[in-house]
Ligand binder design. Structure first.
Ligand SMILES: C[S@@+](CC[C@H](N)C(=O)[O-])C[C@H]1O[C@@H](n2cnc3c(N)ncnc32)[C@H](O)[C@@H]1O
Length: 310
């Protein structure tokens, strides 16, 4: 089956509202996908505004390259390379940055990308299909200990030990090359409680996060973009699972707290340095109506932080 080439944008209006767009500002959309948020940003920018978009998936970039708008530039790049991309384009400070994390619907729905156990396809799972190991290549060389750690850390999979042992044992007999081969193997070793979720869900999530270095790249990128925001500039992040959201929440909390001072320093309240950034509102989740229309929105959590104005 070949997938739809569209992505239902999550929190489209809310995320772009949170950016507080200035019509002549410079913005970055670090996760272009199919351009739902980028399109909304461009609608709110005037002729002097500018939008730089990044995506590590060449299929996403190919969509952006079709856009004919002099205010818009798209780069094939991991977002952890954002500083180099901005330097290359001669862009200094930014008025706002959006990150809508995780995978896009075309990635999940196109069988050949190998992200989903819903279709049988080569086990790839790379967002950037031009570099790095595919999931099948990684499984062919991983040790049982490393696999167990990945399943536990990135899938919070309670049966990590049992699944890792089964995969490594199977690998010694027949290479695991296809999505459903992996899904069936996991299902066969899981204790038989029916949670309504495919038994391989957490295994697939964990392998995908590892293959794409999702959490490492996110932790590298948050400080890079925060340091690139001009006064009043905002960072808006939409996360789709608790591991991602925990990282975003911690980072934003740390940047919006006063810097740590020696405990016994005799300081008056007005001598305590102000935090560099301020949280804007609370975490935002999609409405029931949005989730009913787009079930993939159900786990989204959006957080916003703003660079101090002076
Ligand atoms: C949820 S989709 C974004 C959808 C987009 N906001 C829209 O409305 O169409 C996430 C996108 O981010 C990209 N992506 C994820 N991690 C990335 C990274 N570390 N660097 C660059 N792009 C990344 C994925 O390839 C995917 O296209």
């Amino acid at each position: 089956m070949s997938g739809e080439n569209n992505h239902e944008t999550v929190l489209r209006e809310a995320a772009v509202n949170a950016l507080n767009i200035r019509s002549d500002g410079i913005y970055a959309d670090l996760t272009f996908g199919r351009g739902g948020h980028s399109n909304e940003i461009l609608q709110r920018l005037g002729p002097a505004g500018r939008l730089i978009a990044l995506d590590k998936d060449p299929q996403a970039v190919a969509v952006g390259q079709q856009w004919q708008d002099p205010r818009f530039t798209i780069c094939h790049s991991g977002f952890d390379q954002v500083s180099a991309q901005l330097d290359r384009l001669g862009v200094g400070m930014l008025d706002g940055v959006l990150m809508d994390l995780g995978v896009s619907s075309p990635q999940l729905d196109e069988a050949s990308r190998g992200f989903s156990f819903r279709f049988d396809a080569p086990l790839d799972m790379r967002m950037n299909t031009t570099s790095g190991l595919t999931a099948a290549e990684w499984l062919a060389q991983v040790t049982e200990t490393e696999l167990r750690e990945v399943l536990w850390a990135y899938g919070e999979e309670r049966n990590a030990r049992r699944i890792a042992a089964a995969i490594v044992a199977q690998q010694a007999r027949v290479p695991i090359t296809h999505t459903q081969q992996l899904a069936h193997l996991v299902a066969a070793v899981m204790p038989g409680r029916d949670t309504g979720q495919n038994p391989a869900t957490r295994t697939f999530q964990a392998i995908r996060i590892h293959i794409n270095r999702e959490l490492e790249e996110l932790s590298l990128t948050l400080p890079l973009v925060a340091d690139r925001l001009s006064a009043g500039g905002r960072l808006v992040v939409i996360a789709f699972h608790s591991l991602e959201d925990r990282l975003v929440k911690r980072f934003m909390r740390q940047r919006s707290s006063p810097p740590p001072m020696p405990a016994k320093l005799p300081l008056r309240a007005d001598q305590i340095p102000a935090p560099g950034m301020k949280l804007i509102g609370r975490a935002v989740r999609p409405s029931e109506a949005e989730v009913a229309k787009n079930p993939r929105a159900r786990s989204a959590v959006m957080r916003t932080i703003e660079m101090a104005k002076s």
